[in-house]
Design a protein around this ligand. Structure first.
Ligand code: MG
Ligand code: MG
Length: 300
């Protein structure tokens, strides 16, 4: 079974990864612009406009808008909303809210996808710990995206990081995914599991790794709008995501402006050896120039 899955995983050429890097930088800029604009009194539709303007100004296209009918450029999920919240002019942010923003963009037909969670104004120490646990788990997972490893090495590293941080729910109804010529591709990337299983990680693979944590039960419910996913018990949720490429020189975080260097260090990941080297750097400069101008679990 896994052999068949292995064969289904798209491998990218360096040129295709360069296009994904260009898309990744657009996503990083759009997320940063939306997060910087987020403040009490702003609506989630206001933030959608900021992200949309950023993507269009870069000459890129939103991955989300029109995807299975999704009506917006970003997903905005507030407090107990875990993922896929629809921006709404009537939904105003309030001091103390937790907001998750998810964004995808396409350059030359190649996708990148990332998400982050932020506090609006001051948030409680408890919620700040939830956000930190989720972001740290993402980086620990990304550090295991190494050629020659196995897919669930990533899943296991995410889970271990979460377990060491506290008693959080790890959502399993929505998981990460392969990405490239489409936003959602094989393989699904789970956020827990035993290491050493699943497809062998190969050069040219690209994955969206995205832990979703709740301050309670990981069970989810779907809102009547058909999109918004809520925690079943009303617990606040956090969501962090990056798109990563597997290169011979190490993991290359396509949606991090510096390729991941500072956050691998910041979160003290077990990343041995070098990060994406000369190939990554060359592709980075091209990308910067460009941008200046299954199973029960669903992909998120
Ligand atoms: Mg996403
Ligand atoms: Mg995703």
């Amino acid at each position: 079974m896994w052999k068949r899955r292995d064969a289904d995983i798209e491998l990218k050429t360096p040129g295709q990864l360069a296009a994904m890097r260009a898309a990744g930088l657009v996503v990083a800029n759009a997320l940063r612009a939306a997060a910087d604009a987020a403040a009490p009194g702003m609506s989630t539709a206001d933030l959608d406009a900021v992200a949309s303007d950023t993507i269009l100004a870069a000459g890129a296209t939103s991955s989300f808008k029109g995807y299975h009918g999704f009506p917006a450029t970003i997903c905005t999920s507030v407090n107990a909303e875990i993922v896929h919240g629809i921006p709404n002019p009537g939904k105003k942010l309030r001091e103390g809210d937790v907001l998750s923003i998810d964004c995808g963009a396409i350059v030359d037909g190649w996708h990148a996808d990332a998400a982050l969670s932020i506090g609006i104004g001051e948030i409680s120490a408890e919620l700040a710990r939830l956000l930190n646990a989720c972001e740290q788990a993402l980086w620990h997972g990304l550090a295991r995206a190494r050629v020659g490893g196995r897919l669930t090495d990533i899943s296991h590293a995410v889970e271990q990081s979460v377990r060491s941080a506290g008693d959080y729910g790890i959502v399993e109804d929505y998981v990460g995914h392969g990405i490239g010529s489409q936003m959602h591709m094989d393989p699904p990337v789970h956020n827990q599991g035993r290491p050493g299983h699943g497809p062998v990680l190969r050069e040219g693979m690209a994955l969206a790794v995205e832990p979703l944590l709740t301050a309670g039960s990981p069970e989810t419910v779907l809102l009547e709008d058909g999109w918004t996913v809520l925690s079943a018990d009303g617990g606040v949720a956090a969501h962090f995501e990056h798109t990563i490429a597997l290169t011979a020189d190490g993991p290359w975080v396509l949606t991090a402006p510096d390729g991941g260097r500072s956050d691998f260090a910041r979160f003290a990941t077990p990343l041995a050896g070098s990060l994406a080297g000369p190939a990554g750097c060359a592709a980075d400069s091209r990308a910067l120039n460009n941008s200046a101008a299954g199973n029960r679990a669903a992909h998120s």
